[in-house]
Design a binder for this molecule. Structure first.
Ligand code: G3P
Ligand code: MG
Length: 266
């Protein structure tokens, strides 16, 4: 069995269930309403995506363009915060869930695209710990991480569990390690990375986050035996959730925290 690595950050205790983009299925993704819905469902942690606007301000956004979530044209990298922060992010929710489900959210202040600073205030008020996914537009991984950390560090109280910083673009994790060495980092990968051991060591990560379709018991157990936590996304079905828990996966990142919290409590 591999001996545990020497962490420069404390090993990480992730929750069994974490909200995805707040709680994507319950309210418009990456909004304060979505984070509130996750808290109301009972989670203590939420994941969300942080991207820079054209004038390099960090906001919650998953896509490189505004279209899917807000219905408005424009690329994130070319649109200033002043034109983004007033946008209603419930348009995508309406398309996916239907006008009826979206009616309760349309036009609400907590359904605007939130800044990272507004999000921190919301997290603290709701007593939530964040998994901050650095979501850069192409070429901006390091800058996105630097701006996000620069804003987060002075706002996040030292006496609370620190945010977990994750990214598919692993260079962002180097920036996170330099700027916030004691905050845990999560290595994000769609597939199970062949070089996971080297990468976890290189970026000094506490957790490995992989699409659930690419996990199996042997892989999960190998990562855990090396002393790391394992998270998987996006787990919305109880049958899948139970299978992953059986494999030893620590944390299920889900659009339906209500369903998983209720179902896994059995
Ligand atoms: O952090 C887990 C998950 O959010 C990664 O995928 O595309 O939903 O940001 P995505
Ligand atoms: Mg994400």
């Amino acid at each position: 069995m591999a001996s545990p690595p020497a962490f420069s950050v404390p090993s990480l205790r992730l929750p069994r269930v974490m909200g995805h983009r707040g709680a994507l299925a319950l309210a418009p993704e990456n909004t304060l309403a979505s984070i509130g819905a996750a808290a109301a469902a009972g989670v203590t942690w939420v994941e969300f995506d942080v991207m820079l606007t054209g004038d390099r301000q960090p906001v919650l956004m998953h896509d490189k363009t505004l279209k899917r979530t807000t219905g408005m044209p424009g690329a994130m990298a070319e649109t200033p915060l002043s034109a983004i922060s007033g946008l209603d992010a419930s348009a995508g929710f309406a398309r996916k869930r239907g006008a009826g489900a979206a009616a309760a959210f349309r036009g609400r202040d907590d359904c605007r695209v939130p800044t990272l600073e507004e999000t921190v205030a919301c997290l603290l008020a709701l007593d939530l710990t964040p998994n901050v996914e650095i979501k850069p537009t192409p070429g901006l991984a390091e800058e996105t991480a630097a701006v996000a950390l620069e804003r987060l560090l002075p706002l996040w109280p030292e006496d609370r569990l620190p945010p977990l910083i994750s990214a598919f673009e692993w260079d962002a994790l180097t920036v996170a390690r330099e700027m916030a060495p004691l905050w845990p980092r999560g290595l994000l990968s769609h597939k199970f990375p062949k070089d996971w051991q080297a990468a976890m060591t290189r970026y000094d990560c506490a957790s490995l986050h992989v699409n659930w379709r690419h996990l199996g018991t042997a892989k999960v157990q190998a990562v855990k035996a090396a002393g790391y936590a394992v998270a998987s996304y996006t787990v919305n079905q109880l049958t899948v959730a139970r299978r992953l828990v059986k494999m030893g996966v620590d944390c299920l990142i889900t659009d339906r925290p209500d369903r998983l919290l209720a179902g896994l409590a059995d």
